[in-house]
Design a protein around this ligand. Structure first.
Ligand code: NAP
Length: 274
């Protein structure tokens, strides 16, 4: 076993790009470490998390379908664990670190990943429009609060999932309004799974979207979604979703392997290579 061990758990987990991503950095920085993928069934999740301190792992990433359940387990009081505010607010955990005293520390780095992917591309922060209310969308909403957008508009097909947000920092619209709410927007985020390979296309009319507005998609297969292609063709700046995946891995790698890694073009090319 390598000196430093971490990994990703999910069910299934074989599709995860995280071993390729962390493996690149381990090699890049010459670290004697290993990052593996382990399938953990839902009924075994509690035991896995409880036994992490004596497992030899320095921590783990958590992927579908365990992110919400992991939060519940870590919050249950039966485990010596601390969950940070970001994970509590988002309602999901995707990164756990085993501290030196054996205590678990948990967070949600999708917020960091989304924020860092778009931060340098934002020019105005008045109005953001987010499509979606799934697990990833919750990280996007929280990220936009942190970026201090004045108005965050959310539209989702299942209205009940977003109606609870109303009156806090968000304005809620019906899914049918997704094209009309683009007027005066500075940012459009697709946080649904629409446009992903094998899923339905995202049907949206961009004609009211100002040309300066940044358009980003958290879907990264394909890298250039139809939304990004259409936005780019009419002159909007665009950012693809791969960067979110790469940046969300940074805090975990730094905590487990003692080196803050960089998101570079070489890493992007490595991940995109089959
Ligand atoms: P999820 O929890 O299943 O949520 C799916 C979202 O898409 C919901 O808002 C859902 O609306 C909406 N949706 C699905 N089919 C729809 C349709 N036909 N019409 C309208 N809306 C529809 O999924 P997730 O975990 O949030 O992931 C969403 C996407 O983000 C996936 O493609 C995933 O691969 C990607 N992702 C990327 C990153 C990254 O690092 N770039 C990270 C996480 C996820 P309802 O609520 O009405 O069902």
């Amino acid at each position: 076993m390598a000196d430093k061990l971490a990994g990703v758990i999910g069910c299934p987990v074989s599709h995860s790009l995280s071993p390729k991503l962390h493996g690149f950095w381990l090699k890049e920085y010459g670290i004697d470490g290993e990052y593996i993928a382990k399938e953990v069934a839902p009924e075994a999740l509690g035991d896995f998390i409880r036994r992490l301190p004596e497992s030899g792992w320095r921590g783990c990433n958590i992927t579908l379908p365990h992110k919400e359940a992991a939060l519940e387990i870590l919050n249950s009081g039966s485990i010596n664990a601390e969950v940070d505010n970001v994970a509590q607010e988002v309602g999901a955990v995707n990164t756990i670190v085993v501290k030196e005293n054996g205590k678990l520390w948990a967070t949600n780095t999708d917020v960091y990943g989304f924020t860092e992917n778009i931060r340098s591309h934002i020019t105005k922060k008045n109005k953001a429009v987010v499509l979606g209310a799934g697990g990833a969308a919750q990280a996007v909403w929280y990220s936009l609060l942190g970026l201090e957008f004045s108005e965050i508009i959310v539209a989702n097909r299942t209205h009940a999932k977003v109606s609870k947000l109303k009156g806090k920092h968000y304005t809620i619209h019906l899914w049918e309004d997704r094209s009309t709410v683009l007027k005066d927007a500075d940012l459009l985020v697709n946080a649904t799974s629409l446009g992903m390979t094998g899923k339905d296309p995202l049907d949206i009319d961009l004609s009211l979207l100002p040309k300066h507005a940044l358009v980003t998609d958290i879907v990264y297969t394909p890298l250039m979604t139809e939304l990004l292609k259409n936005a780019k063709a009419r002159g909007n700046p665009v950012v693809d979703g791969l960067g979110m995946l790469l940046y969300q891995a940074v805090p975990g790698f730094a905590a487990w392997f003692g080196q803050t890694p960089e998101v570079t073009d070489a890493l992007r090319h490595h991940i995109l290579r089959q």
